[in-house]
Design a protein around this ligand. Structure first.
Ligand code: HEC
Ligand code: HEC
Length: 435
């Protein structure tokens, strides 16, 4: 009887009971068959696969699609989630001087008369859209030029850092407004986001109350619906995977959803506002909810080689904690289900100094605080000889460069790293690259 009932469960839940209980971190060679971090029932499993398919779907302009995948644009940056977040990893980011790749985004801000910065700009909307469907033109083209900055560690060894400068050219050749703030961002990793959403708010707020030089600030977002804690994006501007996904559809792809009913057009761009659309919302509710559920349920993955390196590099882990990196990049956060994860983030905001701050078109820095990015998943960013592009704008080409850019409240941890001997620095880097 119990055997039969057990069998019934197996049938009803597909693979769910076939394997050992799912773990928050799956050890996998690649992400072609994503795994969930908790047991799914049959309906959830079906949704998970549908959501994966939506994540990979290339959207088409209104009227051109067969089925339910049209409504792209009129202006956009890329045509699928996967084209920016390849296999849910971070974007490749800018590889060097020249036109930027399509997975790199410039968000906009506006400097108000009282000095405060408002997100979005009437001339562009929230994002500078670099592509358009036939009959429309992109809002601008963007190119990067890197300035070398020599940097010296305590033992005299040298490192070159690369400071980015942006050239934004509009099709009409008009100068950019003086109050425009450029907020360059590489696509962050989506892997593990579902687990970050499962960290109880009180655990994040408890860390914000700890005393010490590395204490962070919660990213409160005031909205009509009340105050919410931001968790996603380089500055924790979005409270949930659903809101981040709706923002991506509206701003990066020009598709409306049940959460955001209009796309991100510039204030005066009537052609954009009146462009043909397909369906209200353009992304059917079932598809939107599936792609959100997929991200909420997918486990973080690590390659077998990275998992072995992680287990071996324990000296690096100890150094990371000793010099203060782990105060912000926290190695133990609880989940609602009682398990604990090691995401290496506190999900709090920190000021890392002026060198990393966003700038207006005249190059003046604006006050900028960054969410400690989760370091788990760095091994997938580096897998298969992918080049690392680290920090919010992808300027750092190695873990060591990323550390060297830490200023502001993280300057002391950076200095302690730079005073380690060569062997210890390598131990720390080996461990961080295995996360
Ligand atoms: C044009 C490139 C682009 C496209 C297309 C895109 N994204 Fe993103 N994504 C980004 C960038 C850039 C960020 C960082 C945003 C920020 O810092 O505010 C980001 C951040 C995210 C995050 C936050 C992860 C974290 O932990 O902070 C999630 C989740 C996400 N995107 C999901 C999606 C989904 C789902 C889609 C498709 C509906 C999508 N994105 C489409 C570029 C893109
Ligand atoms: C005060 C908090 C704080 C401390 C201490 C700190 N970091 Fe960070 N770290 C951050 C923030 C915030 C960012 C994101 C900055 C940005 O993108 O401009 C970051 C970014 C990074 C990145 C790039 C991650 C990515 O996704 O691109 C790495 C790698 C990193 N830190 C490693 C370290 C190491 C190693 C140490 C110790 C030497 C350290 N950090 C100490 C807050 C901190």
């Amino acid at each position: 009887m119990s055997l039969l009932r057990g069998l019934g469960l197996v049938l009803a839940t597909g693979v769910a009971f076939a394997a050992t209980p799912p773990s928050p971190v799956s050890i996998q060679a690649d992400g072609r068959s994503p795994l969930p971090w908790r047991t799914l029932n049959a309906a959830e499993e079906e949704r998970f696969h549908l959501g994966h398919a939506v994540f990979n779907t290339s959207w088409l302009p209104a009227g051109e699609g067969v089925g339910r995948r049209d409504g792209l644009g009129p202006q956009f940056n890329s045509h699928s989630c996967d084209s920016c977040h390849n296999s849910r990893r971070r974007g490749r980011g800018p590889l060097g001087d020249g036109p930027v790749s399509t997975d790199f985004v410039i968000q906009t801000g506006r400097r108000l008369a009282d000095g405060r910065i408002e997100r979005g700009h009437p001339r562009f909307g929230h994002i500078v859209n670099t592509q358009a469907i036939d009959g429309f033109s992109a809002e601008a083209s963007i190119a990067i030029h890197y300035q070398p900055r020599p940097h010296r560690l305590a033992d005299g060894s040298k490192l070159t850092l690369w400071a980015p400068e942006y050239r934004v050219e509009t099709p009409d050749g008009q100068p950019l407004p003086d109050d425009l703030v450029l907020m360059p961002r590489i696509a962050s990793q989506v892997l593990g986001a579902g687990l970050l959403e499962q960290i109880p708010e009180r655990a994040i707020l408890a860390n914000a109350r700890r005393r010490g030089p590395h204490r962070g600030t919660p990213a409160w977002i005031d909205s009509a619906g009340g105050r919410q804690l931001g968790r996603f994006g380089w500055q924790a501007t979005e409270p949930s995977i659903a809101s981040q996904t709706a923002v991506a559809f509206a701003r990066e792809m020009g598709l409306s959803t049940e959460l955001i009913g209009s796309i991100d057009c510039a204030a005066q761009d009537h052609a954009c506002r009146n462009a043909a659309h397909d369906g209200e919302p353009e992304v059917a509710a079932e598809l939107f909810e599936a792609v959100v559920a997929f991200q909420q349920l997918e486990a973080l993955r690590r390659t077998p080689a990275a998992a072995r390196q992680f287990d071996a590099a324990t000296d690096g882990a100890r150094l990371f904690a000793r010099i203060g990196c782990a105060d912000c990049h926290r190695d133990a956060m609880p989940l609602h289900d009682g398990r604990s994860i090691a995401p290496y983030t506190d999900l709090l905001l920190h000021d890392l100094g002026e060198a990393l701050a966003d700038r207006d078109v005249a190059g003046r820095p604006v006050p900028s605080r960054w969410r400690t990015p989760p370091l788990w998943g760095l091994s997938t960013a580096l897998e298969g000889a992918r080049t690392a592009r680290l920090l919010h704008d992808g300027r750092a080409r190695s873990i060591e460069e990323a550390i060297a850019w830490h200023g502001g409240s993280a300057a002391d941890a950076r200095d302690r790293y730079e005073r380690l001997d060569t062997g210890q620095r390598q131990q720390l880097i080996d461990w961080v690259s295995s996360l």
